[in-house]
Write a protein that binds this ligand. Structure first.
Ligand code: AMP
Length: 372
């Protein structure tokens, strides 16, 4: 299957994806679409964000879903942003399936409005685990008829502490359903959930578990802690017209770096968990509209922020986990464009950098200092 027009998907779906400009299925779509259409086994798919995961699971399911007014597909994902993104994508794919309805349910927004929208009797629910549990408690959601359960970014849901919520939700769903687990990384927790809740799953891995993209060039600069913000300013000045995310380790650091950049006249802002949902929405809107071109963010806050055209990713602080470094860097170099990842490492972090290079096999070119 090299073109969507050659797939077994229905013409209504092929027409909708064609209008979105999709011609060829991505690697993961080539594997999941025929599998889901023909096999009734569970599935573990290891694939990073940006590989076309949403269409990979939703297109074949949309091909099989019927228009009876009961919930047939439940998609669970870690963040409100991802939840809205998946919902938007599925609504686009169902443009020519007018009887198929999708409802998003997520925290930080009015639960009574969501209960009202459930009266529409959607066949598809996309939700974050906490809000789904609340709605089950209020008897607003009934999963007794679902055929498909998708756990999207399972690693992230588990690392955000949704383990108990996931287990509760899984116990509310019928044994006859098919479960598809998508994760960027495989770790003990993901393995455990798969073992306990998936039956004889088929496995698909796209690239290495955490795909290292070849179209991203990596640079690092060694700078002392006190000089980091100054060094950051120079990096930004040396790379004009950037549309970038700067990753920090803590909420406090994120705010401090964003405040520093704003005080120095840069169109930047901060995104982290200490902000209210309304404040986060405002920042993300400004970034998407390019009213600001630099977003300073924590790893968790930047999850689900789906922006294809980032020119740079800057690691203001290195993460402990090399996979997080790969994931962060993979936010640039999307949609066929080249990307640049720049790291500011403290002298004492050069060992950590070596470990990242060794375990990811990424070539990161070093410069001793940019502060003369
Ligand atoms: P995802 O991994 O689901 O977040 O998808 C990443 C991006 O790729 C989204 O912006 C999708 O709209 C886009 N996309 C997904 N499948 C295709 C395809 N077959 N051709 C072109 N773009 C696609």
């Amino acid at each position: 299957m090299n073109l969507f027009t050659e797939s077994n998907l229905s013409p209504d779906i092929i027409k909708a994806v064609g209008e979105l400009g999709y011609e060829q299925p991505t690697e993961i779509q080539k594997l999941t679409i025929p599998f889901i259409l023909t096999d009734n086994r569970d599935l573990i798919a290891l694939a990073a964000t940006g590989t076309g995961k949403t269409a990979a699971f939703s297109l074949p399911i949309l091909d099989m879903i019927d228009d009876s007014r009961k919930i047939q597909l439940l998609v669970l994902c870690p963040t409100r942003e991802l939840c809205l993104q998946i919902t938007k994508d599925i609504k686009n794919y169902t443009k020519y399936l007018p009887n198929i309805k999708t409802t998003a349910v997520y925290g930080g927004s009015s639960i009574s409005d969501q209960i009202r929208s459930l009266r529409d009797k959607p066949q598809i629910i996309v939700g974050t685990p906490g809000r789904v549990i609340d709605l089950i408690g209020r008897k607003a959601l009934d999963f007794s008829a679902i055929n498909w359960l998708v756990l999207d970014e399972a690693d992230e849901m588990l690392s955000m502490g949704f383990k108990d919520d996931l287990e509760t939700i899984l116990s509310e769903t019928p044994d006859t359903k098919q479960t598809f687990l998508f994760s960027a990384t495989m770790n003990r927790e993901v393995e455990r959930i798969s073992k306990n809740y998936l039956t004889n799953p088929h496995r698909i891995t796209i690239g290495s578990v955490n795909e290292v993209k070849k179209n991203i060039s990596h640079e690092y600069y060694v700078v002392g802690y006190r000089q980091k913000k100054e060094a950051l300013k120079r990096l930004i000045d040396a790379n004009p017209n950037q549309y970038s995310i700067i990753f920090c380790r803590t909420r406090a650091e994120t705010q401090e770096v964003a405040d520093f950049l704003m005080q120095n006249g840069y169109a930047a802002d901060a995104l982290h968990g200490d902000l209210s949902q309304a404040q986060r929405d405002t920042v993300m809107k400004k970034f998407r509209l390019k009213n600001i071109d630099i977003l300073v963010a924590t790893d968790v806050a930047a999850r689900g922020l789906d922006v294809d055209s980032l020119t740079h990713v800057i690691h203001f602080s290195l993460p402990d986990d090399p996979e997080v470094f790969v994931h962060r860097s993979g936010r640039t170099g999307r949609a066929g464009k080249n990307g640049i990842s720049m790291t500011l490492a403290k002298p004492e972090e050069t060992r950590k950098l070596k470990q990242i290079k060794a375990s990811t096999k990424i070539v990161i070119k070093g410069t001793t200092s940019i502060i003369s």
